[in-house]
Design a protein around this ligand. Sequence first.
Ligand code: 13P
Length: 254
Amino acid sequence: MRKPLIIANWKMNHSIEDSLKFITVLQNKLTFKSHAEVVICPPYTALYSLSVLIQEKEGLILGAQNCYYGESGAFTGEISPVFLAELGVSYVIVGHSERRNLFGETDELISQKVQSVLACNMKPIICIGETINERNDGKTLGVIENQLKQAISLVDKKDLGKIVIAYEPIWAIGTKQNATPGQACEAHQHIRGLLVKIANQNLAHEIRIIYGGSVQPTNINELMREKDIDGALIGGASLEVDSFLQMINYHEIK
Ligand code: 13P
């Protein structure tokens, strides 16, 4: 059984003070949930404060939005996966399309990051997804296949069960135009099929494939009802406590 993952990616939003307020309010409203793992990925500056707060109460897991692959050294401005692990970070988003497109991250760099995150006993959330032009040209499945193969090219087979794959079509990010459950499922099924070929049946069926791109309280339930969608990676709609809380409790939304 794959446990659903509900992940908040705050991107470059929320000061330390706002982050602490958010988590305090969320923890007060959240009764311990066993139906899903709930992960918060704040900006780096809030990671330490949140790690202290999150450790005090059950129910929330800390994630980071990015990291470098080197352990230490002359890499001005970068953050080592070792430092994230030291803070109690469990998940790291790798290869988000904003990192690829705005900051020039290549498939090769992403594969090195994935490998380093795993080496530090954390779980990479590997983001893949097509542009609208690629979709219109019928290239979606080829593009995500290529991104996935490259991202996991350095991963030891025994570690494959620890990865999470986030299918995030670029045209759906921040646009309020989510992929339909059918579009998401087509991509997720293709990804699962690839994993079966690359790993083996059992391992491939342990790997969670989550969806991201304009997930909202109004659409999360229909997406999560699909058996091939194992969770959600949520940007804008995760910034407000009440909206995020609704999405954690997606199964209660009518
Ligand atoms: P939105 O939920 O704002 O579309 O962002 C999705 C995303 O990029 C999550 O990583």
